[in-house]
Design a protein around this ligand. Structure first.
Ligand code: GBH
Length: 487
């Protein structure tokens, strides 16, 4: 056991290179007792998958290099007043050039999986048409580097960076031509990478690029279209998902696994009584009717359609069938809770508003309730009989500071991680089918509308020097992975 500890510590030190060597990493006071199982902390199941997640526009940089053309996020970030501090993803974490160093960070954490996203405009700069070989070559290099480090790549095909050309030509997701182009791009990437990549996510989080991109306009492309058009745009995105699932299966080597990386409202019963739990189940279906429920059931709920009235999307049975193409697993990005109580009137449930004193993390929207990590897999299994669930993102922002000794003591993130993992472990202990956990994020990065002002990483990034510094939470997560138990 002690030799194992020594070895991992040395890797850790090596991986952080010139970064300040944190005292706990150097083998000091914070080392935890070996053989934690003996201390009585129950483990996660054997083979529970530990990973970290990132997304292309948030880390890659190299925005104008090797043939990449702009995405809607390049345009949006350049529009004055849209992103905090006028930040853009032009350089971001310079991951395009530093991917080897970043893979070493993953290795030092001991994770077996890494969820990265492919930049569509790097591969097809115009969104369709001629492929950009130099762009593809980057994902070849990254994938090979990961595999050489013993880390399994899990690849997201769309994490919001729509090629600007498609926004210009078709109004982006407002047209199903974009959905068709997406399926072609997805098939191409699957064909190219599926000899080495065995897990694909077509789309990350529908609400963020549809409702926020075309409804409230607080994310790219920053449009505000009327209700009917918005519902049809939502439907187009679902079609893109369904057509991509079919296209990936047709193009990829046999046996690839395809799943979601969706952020539904995670409905947490206010108290765990049968009535509130039943209400939370109903709410989970109805509040997520436009995306998650439509995909898992192949239909829009009656309540969704009647609430939309004349603004309801138009669709055919064949389209709903494509949207519900069978998936191999369901991944959920798990952050903020929606508290639900039983209610005798109407729908049978009610959303309980958060008191103004409710605790939250550094991002305004990120309220703290570790129960989300328990209810996400349980709802999927109970409502939709899903057999394999992953938490494809979970994490928090924190006002990280480098202390006088060079370390980052993000004790709030440590608390967040510990409590959410304890809740995830409750799920596995009760037999709910949670198979793995990806932390958002490996390192601080471009946090969309918040620019570089909100930090979600296990590694602190000094964006002036590109130095990566392990936070206290990196050491915690590494210990969790090593023990396969909450540490
Ligand atoms: C994830 O979304 C993303 O997948 C990831 O790229 C991102 O970096 C990470 O979370 C952290 O934010 O502005 O008040 O209307 C999480 C779900 C839903 C969180 C939309 C932010 C906007 C709230 N996101 N939400 S608000």
């Amino acid at each position: 056991m002690s030799s194992l500890k020594l070895r991992t510590r040395r890797d850790f030190g090596k991986a952080i290179g010139t970064a300040a060597l944190a005292p706990w990493a150097a083998g000091g006071a914070m080392a935890s007792p070996a053989g934690t199982a003996a201390t009585g902390v129950p483990s996660f199941p054997a083979n529970f998958l530990w990973g970290c997640a990132t997304a292309a526009y948030q880390i890659e940089g190299a925005a104008h290099e090797d043939g990449r053309k702009p995405s809607v996020w390049d345009t949006y970030a350049r529009t004055p007043g849209k992103v905090a501090g006028g930040d853009t993803g032009d350089v971001a974490n310079d991951h395009y050039h530093r991917y080897k160093e970043d893979v070493a960070l993953l290795k030092s954490l001991g994770v077996r999986a890494y969820r990265y996203s492919v930049s569509w405009p790097r591969v097809f700069p115009e969104g369709r048409g001629p492929v950009n070989d130099k762009g593809v070559a980057f994902y070849d290099r990254l994938t090979d580097e990961l595999l050489a480090a013993g880390i399994d790549p899990w690849v997201t095909l769309f994490h919001w960076d729509l090629p600007q050309a498609l926004e210009d030509r078709w109004g982006g997701w407002q047209s199903r031509e974009t959905a068709k182009a997406f399926a072609d791009y997805a098939a191409f990437v699957a064909r190219r990478l599926s000899d080495r990549v065995r897990h694909f996510f077509p789309i990350n989080e529908f609400v963020c690029f549809i409702d926020q991109g075309y409804g409230t306009g607080i994310k790219a492309p920053g449009k505000q279209i009327p209700a009917g058009a918005l519902n049809q745009t939502r439907h187009n995105a679902l079609l893109a998902h369904g057509w991509a699932v079919e296209a990936i299966r047709a193009a990829a080597r046999p046996g690839v696994q395809i799943g979601l990386a969706e952020n539904p409202q995670i409905c947490v019963p206010v108290i765990e009584t049968p009535a509130h739990i039943e209400a939370a189940r109903q709410a989970m279906r109805e509040l997520n009717a436009p995306f998650l429920t439509a995909i898992l059931e192949g239909r829009y709920t009656t309540a969704y359609l009647s609430a939309a009235g004349r603004h309801a999307p138009r669709f055919t049975p064949e389209e709903m069938k494509a949207i519900a193409s069978p998936l191999d697993f369901v991944g959920l990005n798990v952050y903020t809770p929606t508290h639900i109580r039983a209610d005798r009137s109407g729908a049978g449930f009610a959303v309980v508003p958060l008191p103004s004193s409710y605790p939250r993390m550094a991002s305004e929207w990120l309220f703290l309730d570790p129960a989300v990590a328990y209810w996400a897999p349980r709802h999927l299994a109970e409502i939709w009989k899903v057999k394999d669930v992953y938490i494809t993102e979970n994490g928090c922002s924190s006002d990280d500071r480098i202390a006088a000794d060079g370390c980052v003591y993000d004790t709030d993130r440590v608390m967040y991680l510990r409590t959410h993992l304890a809740s995830a472990r409750r799920a596995t202990e009760e037999g709910w089918p949670l198979r793995g956990y990806f932390h958002w994020s490996l390192m601080d990065n471009f946090e969309w509308t918040d620019g570089y002002g909100k930090r979600f990483g296990l590694y602190y990034v000094d964006f002036r020097t590109q130095r990566r510094i392990p936070k206290l939470s990196a050491e915690l997560f590494r210990e969790v992975v090593r023990r396969n138990a909450v540490a």
